[in-house]
Design a protein around this ligand. Structure first.
Ligand code: COA
Length: 696
């Protein structure tokens, strides 16, 4: 099979890229394209070329697997440059996704046409890079500086219709793309209407103030990520530098970033996200078909879950106990859609179509024909067990039953349903329609096709699914609870919540942990501590400060006060909290120390890595990279660090173990170094190497 083939349709050359699965611009594709340019130039009977791709998508970018290696063959700028300077006009016919290098090749062409459902973007920043083959210089020449800044620095994809509005695409082709593209090219050639290429155009005039504001926003939001800042710099340079210089600067930055620690970490995550969906034993298993979904509970979680399913095209029936609760839930969903419409993120008609798929009822019997039922009611074993017992009696045979519990024993709930083979956990993260992580919790009894159904549904919802074993808190909340406990020890020993939060946001978390505790509600953690009380190891250090805050009615954001106090929704440090902490320190007589930001960060990382090692050793997570995915996508761990275990491997497990030993000295019973971590550090090994051996 050749990656690039050439055929002729009269006076038009058809250049066809075929490099499954996503037509990445590997060395073979780059070489083939360059040869095609030369062949077409040398053929006097050819007037122009249509560039299109086989399979599911247009070229989806550089071949990520080639990064970090010596690049063979011509580089991408040479290919784009060859197309852009060819005397024969080229047209890119886009279906699927034209991303990164794929879009840059298209930008080298005279025209771009697209199927109506195509998507375009320069997602390089998500891999810690900037476009390296002209994207930052050519895009502003077509869509203007402001739009280019937004697209390049966010890495977001846009739909063909938006690309058409921006003139990034010259026409949308309904029906057969190849025929439509040839007709488009013939018509333009016949009319002699050949526009200047992007490279030949100046950057259109722009509003200096607006651009400066946009660039400042990008720098502010980068939170330690280097790529968006560099991407913005490079786009801004297009306004002042001649094209050749702009291209040279862009390439130099691209090459530097490609070797950076951040890019390596983000590449690790890219592959980790895809690996997570691959579960040993499920390769040949066919998931059950899910057409109709029931959601039980119309609170915050239930409505978020309902929206996630509506967004993915499923009809949803939501069940609540009373008409009032149902009305409140529906209002919440309508509000969410109205918000999206108001912000221009969703068309009015599409919002209406999604809402039209929603039904509400107070009768669980209405779910008798549902293919999947997701429970999101109050976090209480008795309440949930009774519900599942009822569902077990009324659902159709073969329906998949899921609980959204975040801490309860999924196997016990499965038994309550009397259908353990059909039962699994689907642990969404709030807000469920926004957060991309979904923990799919398996029990010993769940049928393989039911687990596969959970993964297939997650994919349809656009979520990143990670399979977790049925242990307390699964993967994420288990690690998070341990981390929280270790931070509370620091608090009692002399660090205040605001200093800890500042240290962790400086580390790269979008919010400090104490601000997050306020957001989730201090009562949630209190309930979890109470549940754990019975099994807590004797002699484990226990910090009472959060309990006292709860006793004072400070449950977090929802009560206007928690670790912070809230005025008009704005968090402010609260001297009253510092007084509570001081009083408790005095009562306990804990010796006080001061902590630098680095010490807090090392302690926090040690906590995450140590508990992660236990989660791994117990088989609750399948692989270290799954844990990285969970912490990044569910808990705000900075993506550019690759996740706690990737970072631990990078800095060396002996160093992390030293931090863990220090942490354990503070924590005492229950905070001991995890045997797996100790073992790997002793052998000079890594989590990555352990994963390789486990899966071998
Ligand atoms: N280079 C190499 N391999 C790639 C790739 C790339 N740029 N993009 C995707 N792949 C591989 C994936 O690793 C996966 O391989 P696997 O099946 O062995 O796990 C396979 O292609 C399918 O990718 P997946 O993401 O599962 O498919 P999808 O249909 O959900 O999404 C894309 C397709 C193209 C939208 C998505 O893969 C994507 O966004 N890719 C990255 C694009 C990018 O960042 N390009 C710029 C690079 S600088």
């Amino acid at each position: 099979m050749t990656a690039v083939s050439l055929e002729q349709d009269g006076d038009i050359a058809i250049v066809r890229v075929d490099n499954p699965p996503v037509n990445a611009l590997s060395a073979a594709v780059r070489t083939g394209l360059l040869e095609a340019v030369r062949t077409i130039e040398g053929n006097g009977r050819i007037e122009g070329a249509v560039l299109l791709c086989a399979g599911r998508t247009f070229m989806a970018g550089a071949d990520v697997r080639e990064f970090g290696k010596e690049l063979p063959g011509p580089d991408l700028p040479t290919v784009v440059q060859a197309i852009a300077s060819s005397p024969k006009p080229w047209l890119a016919a886009i279906h699927g996704t034209a991303l990164g290098g794929g879009l840059e090749v298209a930008l080298g062409c005279h025209w771009r046409v697209a199927a109506p459902d195509a998507r375009l973007g320069l997602p390089e920043v998500k891999l810690g890079l900037i476009p390296g083959a002209g994207g930052t210089q050519l895009l502003p020449r077509i869509v203007g500086l402001e739009r280019a800044l937004d697209l390049v620095a966010s890495g977001r994809q846009i739909e063909a219709a938006e690309a058409r509005e921006l003139d990034l695409v010259d026409a949308l082709i309904e029906g057969d793309l190849r025929e439509g593209a040839i007709a488009f090219l013939r018509e333009r050639l016949a009319a002699g209407a050949i526009p200047p290429r992007a490279a030949e155009r100046p950057v259109p005039p722009f509003d200096q103030t607006a651009v400066a504001k946009l660039a400042a926003g990008i720098r502010r939001r980068a939170r330690g990520l280097e790529a968006p800042v560099q991407a913005a710099e490079s786009v801004l340079a297009a306004a002042t530098l001649p094209l050749a210089e702009g291209l040279a600067c862009e390439r130099a930055t691209f090459l530097r970033l490609r070797e950076s620690a951040q890019a390596k970490a983000l590449r690790h995550l890219f592959f980790a996200e895809r690996e997570a969906a691959k579960v040993p034993g499920l390769e040949a298993v066919v998931p059950r078909e899910i057409r109709h979904v029931g959601v039980i509970g119309a609170g915050t979680m239930g409505t978020g879950i309902a929206i996630a399913f509506l967004d993915a095209g499923y009809p949803v029936t939501i069940v609540e106990t009373s008409a009032e609760a149902l009305a409140r839930g529906r209002a919440r969903i309508e509000e969410a859609y109205q918000g999206l419409v108001k912000r221009g993120r969703l068309g009015q008609a599409e919002a209406a179509a999604r809402l039209a798929r929603l039904e509400g009822t107070s009768e669980p019997e209405a779910l008798a024909a549902a293919d999947l039922v997701v429970e999101a009611v109050f976090e209480d074993m008795a309440v949930k067990s009774a519900l599942f017992a009822h569902l077990g009696r009324i659902l159709r045979p073969g329906a998949v039953i899921a609980t959204n519990t975040s801490y309860l024993d999924v196997a016990a709930l499965a038994r309550a349903s009397s259908r353990p083979r059909d039962f699994l956990g689907l642990h969404f993260f709030a807000p469920a329609n926004v957060m991309r992580l979904l923990e799919v919790v398996r029990t010993d009894k769940v049928a393989p096709e039911v687990l596969a159904t959970g993964l297939a549904v997650a994919r349809k919802l656009g979520k990143i699914a990670v399979v977790a074993g049925n242990g307390d808190g699964f993967i994420g909340n288990r690690i998070w609870a341990f981390y929280r406990r270790q931070l509370e020890y620091l608090l009692e020993d002399g660090a205040d919540p605001y200093t800890i939060d500042a240290a962790m946001t400086a580390y790269g978390f979008p919010m400090g942990p104490f601000a997050v505790f306020d957001l989730s509600g201090l009562d949630i953690a209190l309930a979890q501590r109470k549940r754990r009380a019975a099994t807590r190891p004797a002699g484990e250090r226990y910090v009472r400060i959060p309990d006292i805050l709860c006793e004072l009615g400070r449950l977090g954001r929802k009560t206007g006060a928690g670790w912070y106090r809230y005025t008009d929704g704005r968090a402010e440090p609260d001297p009253a909290v510092l007084e509570v902490i001081a009083a408790e320190r005095t009562r306990r007589g804990t010796p006080q120390q001061s902590f630098t930001a680095e010490a807090i960060q090392a302690h926090a990382r040690a906590a995450m890595v140590n508990e992660a090692a236990r989660v791994l050793a117990e088989g609750i997570a399948l692989r270290p990279s799954d844990i990285d995915v969970v912490l990044v996508h569910g808990y705000g761990f900075p993506s550019w660090r690759g996740g706690p275990l990737f970072e631990a491997d990078t800095i060396g497990l002996d160093r992390v173990l030293a931090d863990v030993v220090a942490m354990a000295a503070v924590g005492g019973v229950g905070s001991e170094p995890a045997p797996l971590l100790v073992e790997l550090a002793r052998r000079g090994s890594t989590f990555g190497a352990w994963a390789g051996k486990e899966s071998a």
